[in-house]
Design a protein around this ligand. Structure first.
Ligand SMILES: Cc1cc2nc3c(=O)[nH]c(=O)nc-3n(C[C@H](O)[C@H](O)[C@H](O)COP(=O)(O)OP(=O)(O)OC[C@H]3O[C@@H](n4cnc5c(N)ncnc54)[C@H](O)[C@@H]3O)c2cc1C
Length: 471
């Protein structure tokens, strides 16, 4: 197999709201820019593009925004590469990607990582049954592929994203059996919207969407078990007690369920920034481990490397776009182009305001990491390597002192997902068992390859880069 190579002044990884804003800003400042994404169409998660122009989601405002941002990049002369997934990166910068069935090596003077967010699942009994999926997976099935997750669906978890998914269900004309939210909320939302009245219209629209699904509402409840033989058949719910824990003695079952879509919010995607050695910090309000970036330039602790959007902390599409533009101007300046100081100051003010709203929401929906305690000892924690909660706890009791040691001991997090699914819960479990903070329990270390890639493509990338450069 052969590979190809390209060069640019500024490389942007990720074509979501942050990456597209970054690419446009860097190009406007005069830099030669490549922006790549693993998806078939640019737009990222917020601007997720349907596979067919005939989709009823084609006219939705988020989709139109994603389309417009990509069109603007093309008009400016940004080289947009889709279906291109980065599986390794070296400082300097040399980036190794899979483009369809080909290998691609890109050399860039400056680099912006805008790799977005991923969901933050919490394992529970029965979570590996067919029919159980994350809320984001269900949304992608519907929006991008026009496929419904099932005919009798429960949407559960915690956080504002569940409203967005319910709205997607409503737009697809799907009725929901039940909507299960861990928090009570009610009047606690009011002060936030008094401080940010411009967000009320969006929130009201999402609530209307939830109502249109016809779901029965279960506030302060949580899914404790998915039940079924070969696939999902029922869901067991328990109310939350005054101590914040599920009250199993008062649990009940919803029968005749064929799909359970469950989400507890997002965590930053930091595999590329970690591989490049940038500084990361654990921040509970921003989704856990995030890449540290300068608010006025997007610069990370690695020279020439910038980060934007959810990679720098969970905040939604608004902060993603603003931080993307800031990083684009920062990287262009790093490549010797001139950026306008007055624009940067204005963007930084807007970013601080947008982040204030996001953090207010995050305070109302804190990540319920303690729910990992509800998993039975025989319950699966890492499904790639089939590691149970008992396996993990045995390793800790035998002396594994942090998440990395548990990974070495048990192989939890060593499978194809590289800990993206189980890593956060593994750290929670370690922290709770040893009695340290989740930050002290440690984070997943990146290894080559960051993403599953055929050996033939990795080999072709190596040959393209003259061999020997990939550690
Ligand atoms: C599943 C999911 C669904 C969401 N849906 C909504 C929603 O409906 N409404 C809402 O307000 N917010 C939603 N969000 C939150 C969303 O993250 C932000 O609102 C917004 O999209 C963030 O913009 P971003 O540019 O930082 O990241 P993203 O939009 O996530 O863009 C990052 C891009 O980077 C690409 N990427 C990552 N790693 C690589 C790699 N190694 N190689 C190549 N490409 C890579 C990804 O494919 C992605 O397109 C969703 C998040 C997720 C995870």
């Amino acid at each position: 197999m052969t590979g190809s190579s390209q060069k640019c002044e500024v490389l942007v990884i990720g074509a979501g709201p942050a990456g597209l804003a970054a690419a446009a800003a860097a190009r406007e400042a005069g830099a030669d820019v490549i922006c790549l994404d693993l998806f078939a169409r640019p737009g990222g998660q917020y601007g997720m593009q349907p596979a067919s122009p005939a989709s009823r989601f084609e006219a939705v405002s988020q989709v139109a925004e994603g389309r417009a941002a990509a069109a603007r990049c093309l008009e400016l002369g940004v080289k947009l590469l889709t279906e291109t997934e980065v599986f390794w990166a070296e400082p300097g910068f040399r980036v190794f990607a899979r483009q369809g069935q080909e290998a691609l090596v890109i050399e860039a003077n400056q680099m912006i990582v805008a790799s977005g967010a991923m969901e933050r699942p919490i394992p529970f009994d029965g979570w590996t049954l067919p029919g159980v999926m994350t809320a984001g997976a269900a949304q992608r099935l519907i929006k991008a592929n026009g496929t419904l997750p099932g005919n009798s669906t429960v949407l559960a978890g915690s956080g504002p994203f569940l409203f967005a998914v319910a709205d997607t269900f409503a737009k697809a004309g799907l009725r929901l059996r039940a909507y299960v939210e861990l928090q009570g909320l009610g009047s606690r939302l009011l002060p936030l919207f008094v401080r940010h009245p411009s967000r009320l219209k969006e929130a009201a629209g999402l609530l209307r969407g939830l109502r249109a699904t016809g779901a029965s509402l279960h506030r302060r409840h949580v899914v404790v078990e998915a039940l079924g033989g070969q696939r999902l058949e029922a869901v067991r719910l328990a109310p939350i007690g005054g101590d914040g824990k599920p009250q199993r003695s008062r649990s009940f079952t919803i029968d005749g369920v064929d799909s359970l879509c469950i989400g507890y919010g997002f965590q930053p995607v930091i595999d590329v920034t970690s591989a490049l050695g940038a500084e990361h910090r654990h921040d509970t309000l921003l989704g856990g481990w995030r890449c540290v970036a300068d608010p006025l330039t997007g610069a990370t602790s690695v020279a020439g490397l910038y980060a934007a959007g959810e990679t720098t902390g969970i905040g939604g599409a608004g902060p993603a776009r603003l931080s993307g533009r800031i990083a684009g101007l920062g990287a262009a300046a790093g490549a010797g182009k001139t950026a306008r100081a007055d624009e940067i100051a204005r963007l930084a003010r807007q970013l601080a305001d947008a982040r204030d709203f996001a953090q207010g929401l995050a305070r109302l929906f804190p990540f319920p990491g303690h729910l990992v305690d509800e998993l039975s000892p025989s319950g699966t924690l890492c499904r790639c390597e089939d590691v149970s909660r008992a396996d993990v706890e045995a390793a800790i009791d035998d002396g594994a002192g942090d998440a990395l040691a548990v990974k070495m001991w048990t192989r939890a997090g060593m499978g194809p997902c590289q800990g993206r699914i189980c890593g956060s819960s593994l750290a929670e479990l370690v922290a709770r068992r040893i009695g340290v903070s989740v930050a002290e329990a440690g984070c997943n270390r990146p290894h080559m390859p960051l993403r599953p890639v055929p050996l033939s493509i990795a080999g072709a990338a190596l040959a393209q880069a003259d061999g020997g450069c990939i550690r």
